[in-house]
Ligand binder design. Structure first.
Ligand code: ATP
Ligand code: MG
Length: 462
């Protein structure tokens, strides 16, 4: 006897395993809408400075052949030794996510025959870069730089101009900075200096940490950069590059300083400033806050650069193609500006807010809204809200002095309401004429505000 079929089981809901959504990678971050006002201000400053000083923008590829950085940045540098994101693609090509901009700039200058253009060729960039570093405050694995490069001239006025632009960039972001400067001379004078440096540190070898002993052998100049305990005192007695500079480098350096004096750029000489990259010659500099306030602020270099007369010839470009450049770290500039309270208010402000009431108004409103946008009037909206009170509350929050209200009745009549948010007064106007009338009202409101501000300013202080 066939067994009684058991009642069919209710199908089991397929078990969906809730896996955690992967988070951002270490050292990488999202830049959310609230931060955009600050970034936009910084972008405006970069653009206007670059335009004023005649720098043309270049956009660089994110990936380059690994050998570009190995040769251009130098094998003995932190970047090439341990910070590059390098991989081999499907075709077997070794490539690297750009860790800095100058090597690509030098490549582009040669590749596009820019040496046939009037010199110097001045270029600027604003790009993200990638370095595999230990993330901490102001140090990320993806970060952004504002870069400036003047290629094809050895004139010291260009060193001064690039330094000055870095200082002005910070100033326009509300930051008071001081520039540290030094000269590394040309390779021959530097060689003589390094020999003396090695002699000096060999005498004190026992006092050097293991890392510094390695530096002594592989890249002795970097000893001047060392933050190991006890090095401050040792460095104080070390020979200084300035005493070994060749005449040409010395006079170049003096000129740079004279230009900086004349332009009133605050600077200090730092005989131990060497900078991380191999390609520098003559001038090197770093930009930091004049009054950092905290220890963290003090250790945070905002940017730096220098002259790199050897790089283009190294890449096979024309001999004697001199160049100078700088890069400012944008996240660090923002951290400093935030601490200094000089960032713009992230909240959106609009002079006009568009309200709609009812389905027909919403439909017609989409078109009416566009008329304002086309006329270049900054109008905010909340089309997803149906309730007038909620919309007027948003208008209030945005501090919009004018609200436009389109309701069922107005749609039928071909009219629209203009509401003065301060007095609550409303006028009904022809929808075809509303843009012109709002423009007029805005002018009146701005004039009223200017008069009110003037009155406050002339009031005698008590
Ligand atoms: P640091 O000594 O701080 O490592 P660096 O000498 O490696 O700096 P540069 O290659 O000269 O830096 O880059 C110029 C600027 O770019 C720095 O002064 C800094 O503001 C910024 N920068 C460099 N690396 C990072 C990073 N990992 N995260 C955020 N900003 C960075
Ligand atoms: Mg570094």
């Amino acid at each position: 006897m066939p067994s009684k079929p058991s009642a069919p089981k209710a199908p089991k809901a397929p078990s969906v395993k809730k896996s955690k959504v992967p988070e951002t990678l270490r050292g990488f971050r999202d830049v959310l809408p609230d931060e955009q006002a600050a970034w936009e201000k910084m972008e405006d400053v970069m653009r206007s400075l670059s335009r004023a000083y005649g720098f043309g923008r270049i956009r660089l590829p994110a990936l380059e052949q690994t050998s570009l950085f190995e040769r251009g940045v130098g094998k003995e540098t932190d970047i090439v030794e341990k910070e590059m994101f390098t991989f081999t693609d499907q075709g077997g090509v070794r490539m690297t996510l750009r860790p800095e901009g100058t090597a690509s700039i030098a490549r582009a200058y040669i590749e596009h025959g820019m040496l046939n253009q009037p010199q110097p060729v001045k270029l600027w960039y604003s790009e993200t870069f990638f370095r595999h570093e230990r993330p901490q405050a102001g140090r990320y694995r993806q970060f952004s730089q504002f870069g400036l490069e003047a290629l094809g001239s050895e004139d010291p006025v260009l060193d001064a101009q690039v330094i000055l632009m870095c200082q002005r960039f910070c100033k326009d972001m509300g930051l008071d900075v001081t520039v540290q400067v030094n000269s590394l001379g040309v390779p021959s004078s530097r060689k003589a200096y390094v020999a003396e440096l090695v002699k000096y540190f060999k005498l004190h070898k026992k006092q050097l940490s293991e890392t510094d002993q390695k530096r002594l052998i592989r890249n002795p100049l970097r000893l001047l950069d060392s933050k190991e305990p006890g090095m401050e005192e040792l460095k104080a007695g070390a020979p200084q590059m300035i005493d070994y500079l060749d005449d040409e480098s010395k006079s170049h350096f003096m000129k740079v300083l004279e230009y900086l004096d004349e332009a009133e750029v605050p600077y200090v000489l730092n005989p131990f400033l060497v900078r991380g990259l191999d390609y520098y010659t003559k001038t090197v500099f770093e930009v930091a806050l004049t009054n950092p306030g905290t220890e963290e602020g003090a250790s945070m270099v905002l940017g730096g650069g220098g002259r790199y007369d050897g790089l283009i010839p190294l890449f096979g470009g024309r001999e004697n193609t001199a160049a100078v450049g700088a890069a400012m770290g944008l996240e660090r500039v923002l951290i400093a500006a935030k601490a200094a309270g000089t960032l713009p208010d992230p909240r959106r402000r609009s002079e006009v807010f568009f309200c709609q009431l009812g389905e027909a108004a919403r439909r017609k409103g989409l078109k009416a809204f566009e008329r304002f946008r086309e006329a270049g009037i900054d109008v905010a909206e909340a089309f997803s809200k149906g309730n007038l009170k909620a919309q007027l509350e948003i208008a209030d929050k945005l501090k919009a002095p004018i609200a436009i209200i389109l309701g069922q009745k107005e749609v039928l009549d071909g009219t629209i309401i203009i509401r003065d948010m301060e007095s609550g007064a409303q006028e009904i106007v022809d929808v075809e004429k509303v843009v012109g009338i709002v423009e007029k009202r805005l002018l009146e409101i701005r004039a009223r505000k200017a008069v009110a501000k003037e009155k406050v300013e002339v009031q005698p202080s008590v």
